[in-house]
Write a protein that binds this ligand. Structure first.
Ligand SMILES: Nc1ncnc2c1ncn2[C@@H]1O[C@H](COP(=O)(O)OP(=O)(O)OP(=O)(O)O)[C@@H](O)[C@H]1O
Length: 241
């Protein structure tokens, strides 16, 4: 089912933004600081009142339990209040499901493994490094096996190897039909790994399309006010400033 918003306006934050996101695609949302990326992601996750639809059903009227099964959201500044063990925290991702204990445990184990967190399972979340904590919080989202994953800067605190592994995992999920929507600041990540890029500029939709078009040098100059050149082969492009 598509996730769509038509003529979305959040006063002072988004102006007349229309997007239709498709399952099975990896979509990157890019834009300068304050452009409205987090606001758009939160709205698409149903966390702020707005005319967003999943298929033909308005998110606002959807049963919260059903919505939680469909949409997994990772906040940019998630900070668990309690020092739960990593395993207990990731298990919270199973809360919307009414499945057997064995199924839940299998999903938790798979999510921990996918994010390279299995060795941290018994640790308290407050004892982890920033990057480890970021991986665990994303593992919690993955454990819920949502149809849509909306993640706000999931790569921001990951080292090179974990970022590469996570991008491969997102690609595999998208190829299996999950809708993956990521806020990213690295335009090279968006260019090389996304199927589609949405560019926001000061609350407005500046571009929406395949990466080579949405992140053309002209768009980058216009939106980021930076003169930059793409170099290197397709799939491994680098941005030279
Ligand atoms: N709760 C709020 N109330 C009022 N204004 C807000 C609120 N949250 C964000 N804003 C403003 O809305 C604009 C968009 O913010 P948003 O967090 O969506 O930007 P962003 O593109 O995610 O930025 P960044 O790259 O810095 O994380 C900014 O000008 C911000 O100051």
């Amino acid at each position: 089912m598509k996730l769509s918003a038509a003529n979305l306006t959040v006063p002072g934050r988004l102006t007349d933004v229309s997007v239709t996101l498709r399952p099975g695609e990896l979509t990157a949302i890019c834009g300068p600081n304050g452009a409205g990326k987090t606001t758009l992601l939160r709205v698409l996750a149903g966390l702020e009142p707005a005319p967003v639809k999943l298929g033909e059903t308005p998110l606002a009227g959807m049963d919260p339990h059903r919505r939680a099964l469909q949409i997994g959201y990772l906040s940019q500044h998630a900070e668990p209040a309690w020092n739960l063990s990593v395993e207990a925290l990731v298990r919270l991702g199973r809360l919307p499901h009414r499945t057997s204990r064995a199924e839940d445990e299998a999903a938790v184990a798979a999510a921990l493994t996918a994010l390279d967190c299995a060795h941290l399972a018994a640790r308290g979340i407050h004892t982890l490094s920033g990057g480890e904590r970021a991986r665990v919080l994303l593992a919690r989202v993955l454990a819920g096996s949502p149809q849509w994953i909306l993640a706000d800067e999931p790569l921001a605190s990951l080292d090179l190897a974990h970022a590469a592994a996570l991008l491969r995992h997102f690609r595999a999920l998208a190829d299996q039909g999950t809708g993956v929507v990521l806020v990213v600041h690295s335009l090279a990540h968006a260019m090389n790994h996304a199927d589609r890029v949405i560019v926001l500029d000061n609350g407005h939709l500046a571009a929406d399309g395949p990466p080579h078009a949405a992140l053309s040098e002209e768009v980058i100059e216009h939106v980021w006010r930076v003169s930059a050149r793409w170099t290197g082969p397709e799939g491994a492009r680098a941005l030279s400033l």
